[in-house]
Design a protein around this ligand. Structure first.
Ligand SMILES: Cc1ncc(COP(=O)(O)O)c(C=O)c1O
Length: 407
C-alpha cells in the first residue's frame, strides 16, 4: 500500500560538501547554457587527450581486452594484482626509487591514491601544504576530511617555482603532509633538482611526508622527470601516477601509488591498505594494462612530448603577443596558466565567463586552482591541434581587446 507523503521539505546535504569544489567540471554547467543557445563550445577545460585525437597505445587495449576475454572480470585483491604491482615496483626501482610490490597499491587513477593517502594521514583540523595554484582535487578532498589546505606560493616570475621561504614559514605542529606536483598542473612547471632536494630536506627535517604527484612525470618536454624518491630513497615519500596521461587512457582509471621504503611509513601503508579494503579493488581488467605499459613499447611518449612542446610554444607565443596577456612557458604536461591584466573590480571569472559567452571558448579561471580572483590567471588546456589552437587564440585576442577596452 502506498503511504501518503506528508512533507515537501528537501532532504539535507552534509555541510562539508559546500567546501568540495572542482571548477574544472563545475564550469561545464555554464558551457551547456551557452551550447543551448546554439553556439559551439570549444572545451579547453579538461586535461583529456582522447577527445583531441590522441590514441591509447594498441598493446594496452589488447591487454585489457585479453584480460576480459580470459575471464578476468572478478574482484582483484584490494591492493591490486601482483603482476602489475611487481611491474610498478620494478619501474620505480629502475628509475632510482627502490620499491617492492608489497609497498605498491593499484588505485582507481591517481585520484583515488591521493584520496586514500590523505584519508590515512589527516584528521579533521590538520593542515596540508599544497602549492598554489594547485590541481583542485587536493583542496576538495581536504575539505571533505575537514582538514585545512595551507597554500604555499609558486612564483610566475620564476617559472612558477615554489617559494621555499614562504613554505618554511607555514609549517606548524599540525602539518601532516606536503603536496608536490611535478610536472605541474595547472602551470606546466618542472622543478629543478635543487628545488626538490630543498623540499625533501625541509620535509625530512620536520618529519612531514611528501605526496609526490608524478602523473605527468613522463610528459616533461625534455624527457621523463626522475621520481622524487630517487633523490632520497629513505625519505617519507608517497608517489602517485596512472595510465591516464602518459599512457593515454584516462577513462580506464588505472593508477598506482608507491609508499616509500622507510619504516616510518609502515603505519601509513597499513592504514592505506585498510582503507583500500573497503573499496574492494580498482577496475580489474585495466590492471592488466599496467605491466604492459611499464614493460612495453613507450615510443608514443616521444611523439606525444614533441606534440606537446609544439603546442606549448604556439600557446605562449600567440598569447604573449596579445596586449594585456602574458604567459609563462610550460616545461611539461598540456597546460598553460596565462594572466590577463584585469581592470580594477573585475575577476578572473568575469573574464572567463565573458570569453565563453562571446566566443564559445571554455577555459577555467585561476581562482578554481586557488589563485586570487583579482590576479587574472586562467588555465588553458592546449591539446587541440595547432590549427585549431591558432583559431582559438585569434578569437581570444579579439575578445581580450574588447574586454579590456569596454571594462
Ligand atoms: C596533477 C594531477 N593529479 C591527479 C590527476 C588525476 O588523474 P587520474 O586520472 O590518474 O586520477 C590529475 C588529472 O588531471 C592531475 O592533473
Amino acid at each position: 500500500m502506498q503511504r501518503t507523503v506528508s512533507t515537501t521539505r528537501a532532504i539535507g546535504v552534509a555541510q562539508r560538501v559546500s567546501g568540495f569544489t572542482y571548477a574544472i567540471r563545475n564550469i561545464v554547467a555554464e558551457a551547456k547554457k551557452v551550447e543551448a543557445t546554439g553556439r559551439t563550445v570549444r572545451y579547453l577545460n579538461i586535461g583529456d587527450p582522447i577527445p583531441f585525437g590522441f590514441h591509447t597505445p594498441p598493446h594496452l587495449v589488447d591487454a585489457v581486452a585479453g584480460a576480459m576475454r580470459d575471464g578476468q572480470n572478478g574482484y582483484t585483491p584490494s591492493p591490486g594484482i601482483l603482476s602489475a604491482r611487481d611491474a610498478v615496483a620494478r619501474d620505480f626501482t629502475e628509475r632510482g626509487f627502490p620499491s617492492t610490490p608489497d609497498r605498491v597499491l593499484l588505485t582507481s587513477g591517481t585520484s583515488e591514491g591521493i584520496e586514500l593517502a590523505l584519508g590515512a594521514l589527516v584528521d579533521a583540523g590538520d593542515e596540508v601544504l599544497v602549492p598554489v595554484p594547485t590541481y583542485p582535487l587536493y583542496t576538495a578532498v581536504l575539505a571533505k576530511l575537514g582538514a585545512k589546505t595551507v597554500f604555499y606560493r609558486t612564483d610566475p616570475a620564476r617559472d612558477w617555482q615554489p617559494d621555499l621561504d614562504h613554505l618554511r614559514s607555514l609549517i606548524t605542529p599540525r602539518t601532516r603532509a606536503l603536496v608536490l606536483i611535478d610536472p605541474n598542473n595547472p602551470t606546466g612547471a618542472v622543478y629543478p633538482r635543487e628545488t626538490k632536494l630543498a623540499l625533501l630536506e625541509l620535509a625530512e627535517h620536520h618529519n612531514i611526508p611528501i605526496l609526490s604527484d608524478e602523473v605527468y612525470g613522463d610528459l616533461a618536454y625534455d624527457g621523463p622527470v626522475e621520481p622524487l624518491g630517487r633523490l632520497a630513497p629513505d625519505a617519507a615519500v608517497i608517489a602517485f601516477s596512472s595510465l591516464s596521461k602518459a599512457y593515454l587512457a584516462p577513462g580506464w582509471r588505472g593508477g598506482w601509488m608507491v609508499v616509500g621504503r622507510t619504516p616510518r611509513l609502515d603505519g601509513v601503508l597499513a592504514a592505506i591498505k585498510k582503507l583500500a579494503d573497503g573499496r574492494l579493488c580498482s577496475p580489474g581488467p585495466m590492471q592488466f594494462a599496467i605491466a604492459a605499459a611499464l614493460t612495453g613499447d613507450r615510443s608514443h611518449q616521444t611523439t606525444f612530448r614533441t606534440e606537446l612542446r609544439t603546442r606549448a610554444e604556439l600557446t605562449v607565443s600567440r598569447l604573449s603577443a596579445v596586449p594585456g596577456l602574458s604567459c609563462v612557458m610550460p616545461r611539461g604536461a598540456f597546460y598553460a596558466m596565462p594572466k590577463v591584466d584585469l581592470p580594477a573590480g573585475k575577476t578572473d571569472e568575469d573574464y572567463i565567463l565573458g570569453l565563453l559567452r562571446a566566443t564559445g571558448i571554455l577555459c577555467v579561471y585561476g581562482s578554481g586552482f586557488g589563485t586570487d580572483p583579482a590576479d587574472g590567471f586562467f588555465r588553458v588546456v592546449f591539446l587541440a591541434s595547432p590549427d585549431q589552437l591558432a583559431a582559438i587564440y585569434d578569437d581570444m585576442a579579439a575578445f581580450t581587446s574588447d574586454f579590456l577596452r569596454t571594462a
